[in-house]
Design a protein around this ligand. Structure first.
Ligand code: CU
Length: 260
């Protein structure tokens, strides 16, 4: 009977949690192809973790309520494992789940974000170094060089021969960011894109993003470049607005910047 009560608690709590999660609207604006991959992974992991969390909570609630008001036992009961198979099954099951999520959405999602086959993501480069950390992914349509300094961002468009202090991008084109820093370690992060990469002095790191909707910082604060690595007193204010435009408006912006 005890198992039945516990199972009922578990079912009720799981139902409540999944219902609340399905109504959750608190995600930041999603404005890139990569954001959809990241949000899918987040929802999937939450769904996987929910029954584990509620089982622990159900056992806790059941234990607290069923032992209420009975005082301390006269002497501590001896530890007798009732079902030695239970911890083994629990361990095997959670280990298998952990291995599964490392693969999918972990590695599969990373390959999807970088638009490369999984085999290429895991293969080693000719120099023998693991590519996982250094691989930027498939080529982009537009290159933007990002330079981080205490406490500002600078953007350079080498193919267009222009530079700017705000990040302006065309919608629907794959952008290759080449990121570096001039002083200390910073981190390039646009909340609406859900991707992030460290900006390191004397090193270029790569990030690829395909914006999927037009918008600006004035419409959503999630469209901003925000430093995500604590870098001193100006860290929290180290942000630049992001503007995503229709391709023809982007070309007009480039022409206007070039004339300056
Ligand atoms: Cu910072």
């Amino acid at each position: 009977m005890r198992v039945g009560v516990l199972a009922a608690w578990w079912l009720v709590l799981t139902g409540l949690l999944v219902w609340a999660a399905s109504r959750f609207q608190g995600f930041p604006l999603a404005a890139a192809r990569e954001a959809a991959v990241a949000d899918h992974a987040f929802r999937f992991l939450m769904l996987m973790a929910s029954p584990v969390f509620t089982l622990v909570m159900a056992a806790l609630l059941y234990s607290v309520l069923s032992r209420r008001g009975q005082g301390d036992p006269p002497e501590p009961p001896p530890y007798v494992p009732e079902h030695p198979a239970v911890p083994r099954v629990w361990f095997a099951l959670t280990a298998a789940l952990a291995a599964y999520v490392i693969y999918n959405p972990g590695l599969v999602g990373l390959a999807e974000m970088r638009e490369v086959p999984l085999s290429q993501l895991l293969g080693s480069s000719p120099g023998g170094r693991v590519r996982l950390a250094s691989l930027g992914g498939a080529e982009g349509d537009l290159v933007v060089r990002v330079r981080a300094s205490r406490w500002l961002w600078q953007f350079e468009y080498p193919e267009q021969g222009i530079a700017a202090r705000e990040l302006v991008l065309p919608v629907g084109r794959r952008v290759r960011f080449e990121v570096t820093a001039t002083d200390i370690v910073h981190s390039f992060w646009v909340p609406a894109f859900r991707t992030k990469i460290d900006a390191v002095p004397n090193l270029t790191t790569y990030l690829h993003v395909t914006p999927t909707r037009t918008g600006s910082f004035e419409e959503s604060v999630d469209l901003r470049v925000q430093c995500a690595e604590l870098c001193g007193v100006g860290h929290a204010l180290m942000a630049s607005p992001v503007r995503v435009l229709e391709p023809e408006k982007f070309d007009a912006w480039v022409a206007q910047q070039a004339r300056r």
